[in-house]
Design a protein around this ligand. Sequence first.
Ligand code: C5P
Length: 221
Amino acid sequence: SIQSNLKGKKILITGGPTYESIDPVRFIGNHSSGKTGVILADECANRGAAVTLVLGPSIHSPLNPAVNVIRVTTAADMFKVVQANWSDSSIGIFSAAVADYRPANMAIEKIKKKSDEMSIDLVKNPDILAWAGTQKTSKQYLVGFALETNNEIENARGKLDRKNLDLLVLNSLRDKNAGFGYDTNKVTFIKPNNILINFELKQKSLMAKDILNEIETDFTA
Ligand code: C5P
């Protein structure tokens, strides 16, 4: 096949959940498996890109040994790695399911069971993708993901604009066998100028090819 224009380009990918510690034994997390980030990293590396994957807690790992995997736990850790790597990357693909909030304070000792009710104060985590969007130059290409349950297209368009993205991959929780933990996904691409492309339910590995084909077509720098 024709040589990929991604060959030698630095691509920064985030994937997996983040875990936000409550105390030494507990955390706030989510059901993200990390599969999408790992599959995207492999697909990019197979096309000859120089890939850095910033991966939250996940049992999955890329198969292609050329992928530079940086394991992180919290959103704050993920943000630091992204801040250190975004400016010299050509493309960013941010598929991590970052926790929106973290406990305001991590307890040093395990929290003891006491009263019938208890609460934990939370503070907002940085929006890592939005930060990358504010820093983006005209030579960089930025991709985000969105999982919506209602008003999908409208919300996704808003996100594309607000976060200054070139491509937003939307998946709806309404679709069976799509999303968290599944090997398949059903997505819609949202792009500037009201461009919208619908895909069928398919293996995540094939979805990764669709995403990379779209990036290859758009990316001319
Ligand atoms: O705003 P929302 O969380 O729906 O946007 C999802 C997109 O933003 C995903 O691409 C996700 O990786 C990214 N994101 C991020 N940092 C956050 C929250 C979301 O990078 N704190």
